[in-house]
Write a protein that binds this ligand. Sequence first.
Ligand code: DI6
Ligand code: FE
Length: 403
Amino acid sequence: MTHSGDVVQMEHSWTNARLATMIDDGLGLIDDGVVTAEDGRIVYAGPADGAPAQTAPSTDCGGRLITPGLIDCHTHLVHGGNRANEWAMRLDGASYEDIARAGGGIVSTMRATRNASEAELIDSALPRLDALLAEGVTTIEIKSGYGLSTEDETKMLRAARALGEQRRVRVAPTFLGAHALPPEYKGDSDAYIDLVVDAMIPAAAPLATAVDAFCEGIGFSPAQCERVIEAAKAHGLAVKLHAEQLSALHGSALAAKHGALSADHLEHATDDDVRAMAEAGTVAVLLPGAYYFMRETKLPPIAAMRRHGTRIALATDCNPGTSPTTSLLLMLNMGATLFGLTVVEALRGVTVNAAAALGLGTEIGTLEPGKACDLAIWNVSDPAELVYRIGFNPLHQRIKDGQ
Ligand code: DI6
Ligand code: FE
């Protein structure tokens, strides 16, 4: 049948494929597998010998591996400018905190973001988005947090949503007004949190699905973040938190207490923090790109996460200050090399657990009937190859909603 000029098959099958369904606890591998989609939804994903009779058009995958489309569940993809100059300063010996206190850091990106129009923000984000899509990403979370005024935060969220219209990608927009204190507040962070709670969250609520905050010594205190969380919940928005990146303020336990979807970074999280997260079902989003780029040495407590059963996701944290990467495949490798994740943990971290970190666990993240037919088809047959390579992209084809 035909939709708006494009020829769209209502039903389609991908045959002769190795499936990594991500069902249950492992990769859910099926050797001679078939995926069938109808109207953008998976109707069958399983062994060829159990597949319904093939009447629909099909694609022979030649033994290639099919995973769920990859999910980058933590990005700051939309922002003005870049901070290559500050990176040069850091290479000359300045610390991230030194630069932030001297008016650089997040605030320098704030200025560039405020000075950009919505169209300019979209244009500058598109090449970054395209780089992620070229690696099989079909869903991306995009945070605001560099506008730091009601007008500029909502501009960022509109730009994030527009990216989802300009490309075939699902965008989960997150409001991160409590990212940094804008200079016009002259150190009065409580007054800024008043603005976030009273004006910004109500304005952002129709544009975002979640609210995040930077719970950190150079960000906002746990008490301030709790005010933001409560306002988010009052507006029916999900909650996420940047926590335990630079210090142990136990924001991750606070996130768990409020049933947050995720707490992210977590290098300084304690055993109690990650136990609370496991009990609440709050996903631990690990960001090895930031760990690497900041030359962090404190490892997130992976052993404790395994012991308590905390779900682990991996994301790029794509941002101009601490993780200027647009490669989720590189994060798979860094999650393994730097954090010691297994192939199963790394791949579940960019599929099923990343879906949970966005509250989209019933919609995406596994190959099973009823979910959106978002697929990444790879020129490999062994899933370990996706975690093993450094700077090589074996994507064969990306399918979003069955197309
Ligand atoms: N943690 C991060 O790693 C980024 N934001 C945050 O809260 C850094 C953002 C930046 O430096 O621009
Ligand atoms: Fe971040």
